[in-house]
Design a protein around this ligand. Structure first.
Ligand code: NDP
Length: 279
């Protein structure tokens, strides 16, 4: 365990780490944990007030941080985030595409705009940040990380747009990995399972409004800090796929030989959520 902790610190100490979606949940936890390990963190999200406060609190604790108000659906914002990292810290070692939103609605009922919105944030946000960060990652032989989900390993009912956006991220990142095989860039897809955060509160419903509540017991989930540490270990080991708890591992392995069983399990588990859109 001590070795793990040391490996993570060595991998992140003095490294410039850009994190999208750093104003809440997993992104905020990664910012705090990695700054405490000696990383220079560069934070992007739409809520500038939250980023500024987080940056200030990291600096007050002796850490190094910069921020840039970023809507990842806008390529020009993603470019400004990357420019902020380069201006402040001279380059980029780790780019973490974490900004994301979810949904909950049956495809029969959902406005198509909801799926576009999911793709815009989760998929296109990853593409834009990668586009501008990649030359710096090639120079530093750094890491490109996409925060996907267990819903990016197997389709999650009631989340068509979410699963589709996470599968799209994987296809995109896998191809970036292969194109950069001889350029020393590490590319990792991280797949957290249910993690306590704001994601279910801001998830979109069939008509595109925010759900405003969580249908699950948040206190029984992994914490965002646990996810941040597992991702750090994945970066230190330059893993391609970072699975976390039993849900992710079981889904990944059982899918290989019994995908129909995973279909039925996912249906069963998700239909038991309060107010599930299917029974
Ligand atoms: P939160 O809702 O707590 O955080 C989401 C972050 O994304 C916020 O900082 C939000 O900031 C940012 N964001 C949303 N839209 C945009 C946008 N257009 N431009 C820039 N930033 C944006 O959720 P989590 O921390 O849980 O989610 C982080 C990632 O983890 C997501 O990709 C999610 O899919 C993934 N994940 C989460 C799981 C969970 O159970 N929590 C499970 C598996 C994966 P702001 O509103 O300030 O823009």
């Amino acid at each position: 365990k001590q070795n793990n902790e040391q490996d993570m610190k060595n991998a992140l100490k003095d490294k410039t780490v850009v994190i999208t979606g750093a104003s809440s949940g997993i992104g905020e936890a990664m910012a705090k944990v990695y700054a405490s390990m000696g990383a220079k963190v560069v934070l992007g999200a739409r809520h500038a007030d939250k980023l500024e406060a987080l940056c200030r609190s990291i600096e007050q604790q002796g850490g190094r941080a910069a921020w840039c108000a970023t809507d990842v659906t806008r390529p020009e914002d993603c470019k400004r985030l990357i420019d902020t990292a380069v201006e402040h810290f001279g380059g980029i070692d780790v780019m973490i595409c974490n900004a994301g939103i979810s949904m909950r609605a049956l495809f029969d009922d959902v406005d198509l705009d909801v799926l576009h919105r999911l793709m815009d944030v989760n998929f296109w946000g990853t593409v834009y940040c990668t586009k501008y960060a990649l030359p710096y990652l090639q120079k530093s032989h750094g890491s490109l990380v996409g925060i996907s989900s267990v819903a990016g390993i197997h389709g999650l009912p009631g989340r068509t747009g979410y699963s589709a956006s996470k599968f799209a991220m994987t296809g995109f990142l896998e191809t970036i990995r292969i194109e950069n095989l001889k350029k020393g860039v590490h590319v990792m897809v991280a797949c957290p399972g249910f993690t306590a955060s704001n994601v279910r509160f801001s998830a979109l419903t069939a008509n595109g409004s925010q759900q405003g509540a969580t249908p699950r017991k948040e206190e029984k989930m992994m914490t965002a800090e646990q996810v941040a540490r597992i991702v750090a270990r994945g970066i230190a080991r330059r893993k391609r796929l970072c699975l976390m708890e039993i849900e992710g591992r079981a889904t990944h392995f059982v899918k290989k030989f019994a995908p129909g069983l995973v279909d039925r399990l996912f249906y069963y588990v998700m239909s038991k959520e309060p107010d599930s859109p299917f029974k």
